[in-house]
Design a binder for this molecule. Sequence first.
Ligand code: 6CS
Length: 298
Amino acid sequence: MTRNRHPRTKRIVTAVLGGLFAATLITSCTATTPGGGGGGGESAQDTLKKAVDNGYLRVAIANEPPYTQVNSDGTVTGAEPDVLRAVLKTMGIDDIEGVTTPYESMIPGLDANRWDVVAAGLFMKESRCAAVAYSEPVIVSTESFGVPTGNPNNITTIQDVIDNPDLKIAVLTGGFEEGILKTAKVPSTQQVLVKDARSGVEAIGAKRADAFLLPTLSLKDLAEAGGAVEVTEPIEDAPRTGSGAAFRKGDTKLLKAYNEALADFKETPEFGEILEKWGFDPTAVEGVTAAELCKNAG
Ligand code: 6CS
């Protein structure tokens, strides 16, 4: 896999890596699909220094607007990468290089040094907070159900799912929402596991699921893009979803520097401008801490 390190140069190189992944490698500020990735775990102090020396940090994303988005030219954007990029610039790290991957692979890939940070709206909860070092939160958002027009089963809460064992709910494999159902003791027989957001919408259309549990803004983006789903109001009995950058546990120097720079960035108008551009309420995160969000069960 060849990688062009020249920032701002966008060159698309397609490579097949390891026989398992077809990777479209597009240079910095852009997205690739994971392939071989870096070497073994690097020492904690190297990641920050490496990022400053190299001028970029490798970031795992999911390509689920408005949290993360890969544009047609390969550039990486979305609320989380845009905040990450802006904060890193204040730290002397000019660019990010996005790697698209499913949510369930984000933490294993971080530990395997296939990327250096996750900025995808990977919502904080106990098990994840035990596995990675989250920055303070950037986004606090809500969950909704994507349902057929008219919401024929009147699904508006997690309790509705618990109360009707005939209901089938699509959730992303390894996603936060699968954890919500598991914590609520919704049996796996009621869960339809899908690999990505588009598949969740397709499950509704094919009547394989009665609802698709996903963040409110992601569902609205899918509906606006033509997905045949109606989006319910935010689910009142779903946990509060909050996310920020997720680093390796050992990257304490990088985490400390990032949190300091993030705190300063949150005081600038640019922070609110980025979140509002993507439809998020920047005031929702005010006063909310990672410690609080890490109390989310699961
Ligand atoms: O944190 C997660 O796992 C969830 N986050 C987003 C932004 N979308 C769905 C995913 O399951």
